[in-house]
Design a protein around this ligand. Structure first.
Ligand code: SF4
Length: 415
């Protein structure tokens, strides 16, 4: 069964005439992602939807708030448990504009009293006063783009902060009263080396964040880093170096009391990121803002005037142009660029693919996948435990060849 992919013409804001009311299942969507696309400058490796500078931030924020209100009308959820305002660099937005976005979210969606509400921040746009304003606006978690505590590595990546500013930012959000703080780090950077990577990890641990994410540097097409590699100016680290540094992160962070709960994510007890867990569990989420991707039950597509056919879910996304986003909203259209209908088989493959990233593993019920899981267990790449299906989790060896494990499992799944 192939997945349907169809272009969606710009949609009028609000419920379409004759469109069926969203089915009850849309009410069960529990997460919201909101994208802020402004950064101080573009980093060398960045392929996220973002631009350098904050020109147009007022117009963008107004359009974003309009879109949030429309999405709230189209998808009347019964409660939101996680909100993630990411980017880009949301911390760069004027605090009063960020507060306006938060006011709109809280006025539009029934955000649960114990919801996890995260702001992505960069050290260079963090201060104690700003952090206090973020707390007052309704955030309760900050994710800081530390990336490295080695000055030359930060320069190589094109970051605008230095190591001292990164550590100061962690202090400032703590002093403002944030009880949940993440630090993002990047490894496998040319010139970093194992010893300096370990030193960065140890210094970050001493700053006592509640959560640490460690991502391998990847060279994405159409980035300045990609151009440098293509021209032979930069040599990327090979896979062995990346794996060794992943293992250094595992050892260092687990010894410091951070449990790995996903391939790249480590948390102290009670601080696993609930929003990102929703992604890895293949749960649904509403997304607003330029470049943002959402995932909703198929019942939602009625509100988008699309025939769901045999779809069980839909992924939708926005275009990457800020001007086009603002213009679409101003002319009364929902600024969604396109969508993809997901059938049951594709959904099951996606659930397994994402769930295998989690240390607790994923439950497999499909017979062919289950047989493959036991074959992978024989090879020492996964553990299998029968519990209403085969709960499959990668071993350390399996984690180091995760893409191959995923590909073997999902390629033999339901056809
Ligand atoms: S701060 Fe983040 S979003 Fe902005 S350019 Fe750098 S990597 Fe991209």
């Amino acid at each position: 069964m192939s997945t349907l992919l169809q272009a969606v013409p710009p949609r009028p804001l609000g419920l379409l005439p004759g469109a069926p009311a969203p089915a009850t299942s849309v009410r069960h969507v529990r997460s919201l992602y909101v994208h802020i696309p402004f950064c101080e400058r573009k980093c060398e490796y960045c392929d996220f939807t973002s631009v350098a500078g904050t020109a147009g931030q007022r117009e963008y924020t107004a359009a974003l708030c309009d879109e949030l209100r429309t999405l709230g009308r189209l998808f009347p959820v019964s409660g939101i448990d996680t909100v993630f305002v990411g980017g880009g660099t949301p911390s760069l937005l004027e605090p009063e504009l960020l507060a306006a976005v938060m006011d709109t979210i809280y006025a539009t969606f029934p955000v649960a009293p114990d919801a996890e509400v995260t702001l992505e921040a960069n050290p260079s746009s963090t201060s104690r006063d700003r952090a206090t304003a973020w707390l007052r606006a309704g955030f309760n978690r900050v994710s800081i783009g530390v990336q490295s505590l080695e000055a030359d590595v930060l320069r190589f990546l094109g970051r605008v902060h230095d190591p001292a500013r990164a550590l100061a930012a962690v202090d400032e959000v703590r002093q403002a009263g944030f009880a949940s703080v993440n630090c993002d780090l990047i490894y496998a950077v040319p010139g970093l080396g194992d010893a300096r990577w370990r030193r960065t990890l140890e210094r970050v641990v001493r700053a006592r964040p509640d959560h640490i994410s460690c991502y391998e540097l990847t060279v994405e097409p159409a980035t300045p880093l990609h151009t440098s590699v293509r021209r032979g100016l930069v040599s990327v680290c090979d896979a062995d170096v990346a794996l060794a540094q992943h293992r250094i992160a595992l050892e260092t962070l687990e010894a410091a009391g951070y449990a790995q709960y996903e391939v790249s994510n480590f948390a102290r007890e009670g601080h696993a990121c609930r929003h990102n867990l929703a992604y890895w569990q293949n749960d649904h989420y509403i997304a607003a803002g330029v470049g943002a991707h959402g995932h909703l039950p198929a019942a939602a597509v009625g509100a988008l005037d699309v025939e769901p056919a045999d779809a069980v879910a839909v992924r939708y996304w926005h275009g990457r142009g800020i001007g086009a986003f603002v213009a679409a909203v101003r002319s009364g259209r929902l600024p969604i660029r396109d969508l993809e209908l997901i059938d049951a088989e594709t959904q099951e493959r996606e659930r397994v693919m994402l769930g295998l990233r989690l240390r607790r593993g994923v439950r497999i019920t499909d017979d062919a996948m289950r047989r493959e899981a036991y074959a992978l267990a024989e090879a020492g790449l996964v553990d299998c435990v029968e519990n209403h299906g085969c709960v499959t989790r990668t071993t350390r060896r399996g984690e180091s060849v995760l893409n191959a494990v995923i590909s073997r499992l999902v390629s033999c799944g339901a056809h």
